[in-house]
Design a protein around this ligand. Structure first.
Ligand SMILES: [Ca+2]
Length: 368
């Protein structure tokens, strides 16, 4: 019996304590799970709420961007329409079967453009005198397709009153052109002729008084010039002085007259080597009755400077229209020489490339 009792006792303990232990553990676990679930749920709900807020904000941003894009598209369409109606025709858009255009689709001058397609109307066009991809960028000019001339405008186009002042050149104004000095120089180098008109409407406002020049213009080199028409740099004169029909026989400009009445000197500077006019200077307009108003025209260049003989330099070749760098035969002093030209350099640097010279052909052999 003593052996049986312990067995029953331990069995009783087992049958009573086991379900109790299992029950407590599950309950705790369930509680833990419930707590965790609540925490996780709260975190997830918070995250979902954040995401929903972000989605709403993004949708609002997208709507705003769409509206902006629509506006930009509308502005672009308006600008394109305006450009078609008012801005110059880009030379690239002109399809022309011409060697100059094929090799260099950006025209250098209006003359070349007109030569390539005589059917083009006068108007604003892009040109690039120093060459596409070289030097300075293309710019817009007015092309007179009747004469084939190129007009470069400036910031002093309207008639301008010089006001009242006493000294020599007491009124002075710099002229700024719609192209760089290098591009202007390249256009002049390519053109057969260039000119610029200047008119001075005056009352008691002499250009020259008692042999003293009160007014002058500065040429492209900054040198003062006292002639107001033609190309004679050595004298003070206006067109009436050249035509010998000024209001007084002994003067060479109407405005130099002692007559106190409205007079005009109107002329055209034709010396392309010193154009364009870079600065205007006027003076001796101090009297109350004095008046001086000038009108400066655009720089106008036309024609094509032809190389009459064989080209003798890279600059000559550039002027003819060569654009591909390489070796060329040019005329030397007595012989035909071979010359390397780098046309990626600006025109004013071309003539300095005479470095690789070799005698190629005996050009003249006792007239044979
Ligand atoms: Ca260029």
């Amino acid at each position: 019996m003593s052996f049986v009792f312990p067995v029953h006792f331990s069995l009783l303990l087992f049958t009573t304590s086991f379900p109790l232990t299992i029950g407590v553990s599950l309950y705790e676990k369930v509680q833990l799970l419930e707590t965790s679930y609540a925490d996780i749920k709260e975190v997830l709900e918070c995250k979902v709420l954040n995401l929903e807020t972000k989605v709403i904000a993004l949708e609002a941003k997208i709507a705003a961007l769409e509206e902006k894009a629509e506006h930009q598209e509308s502005v672009l369409t308006t600008l394109q329409n305006e450009q078609e109606n008012t801005t110059p025709m880009a030379p690239d858009s002109v399809e022309i079967d011409h060697p100059i255009v094929k090799n260099n689709p950006i025209f250098r001058t209006c003359y070349e453009m007109n030569e390539a397609n005589p059917l083009l109307d006068s108007g604003m066009y892009w040109i690039d005198p120093d060459g596409k991809g070289i030097g300075d960028d293309a710019f817009t000019v007015y092309c007179n397709m009747t004469s084939g001339s190129t007009l470069i405008f400036h910031d002093t186009e309207p008639k301008t009153d010089v006001g009242h002042c006493a000294g020599r050149g007491c009124y002075s104004r710099k002229v700024n052109y719609g192209a760089s000095n290098r591009q202007v120089a390249a256009l002049i180098a390519l053109s057969e002729e260039c000119q610029q008109s200047i008119t001075y409407d005056c009352i008691s406002a002499p250009l020259q008084f008692n042999g003293v020049d009160f007014s002058w213009w500065d040429d492209k080199n900054g040198e003062p010039q006292y002639f107001w028409s033609g190309n004679n740099k050595s004298i003070h004169t206006c067109q009436c002085g050249i035509d010998r029909n000024c209001v007084e026989s002994h003067i060479t400009c109407n405005c130099d007259s002692i007559f106190q009445k409205p007079l005009t000197d109107s002329g055209t500077i034709t010396d392309k080597n010193i154009l364009p006019i870079m600065r205007l200077n006027f003076g001796r307009t101090m009297e109350n009755s004095s008046s001086g108003l000038y009108t400066l025209g655009p720089l106008e260049c036309g024609g094509k400077l032809e190389t009459k003989q064989l080209p003798s330099s890279c600059e000559d070749l550039w002027r003819i229209g060569h654009v591909f760098s390489g070796f060329y035969s040019v005329m030397g002093e007595k012989f035909v020489e071979t010359l390397h030209c780098d046309f990626s350099r600006r025109p004013d640097q071309q003539s300095k490339q005479r470095k690789s010279i070799s005698f190629a052909i005996f050009y003249e052999q006792n007239g044979a």
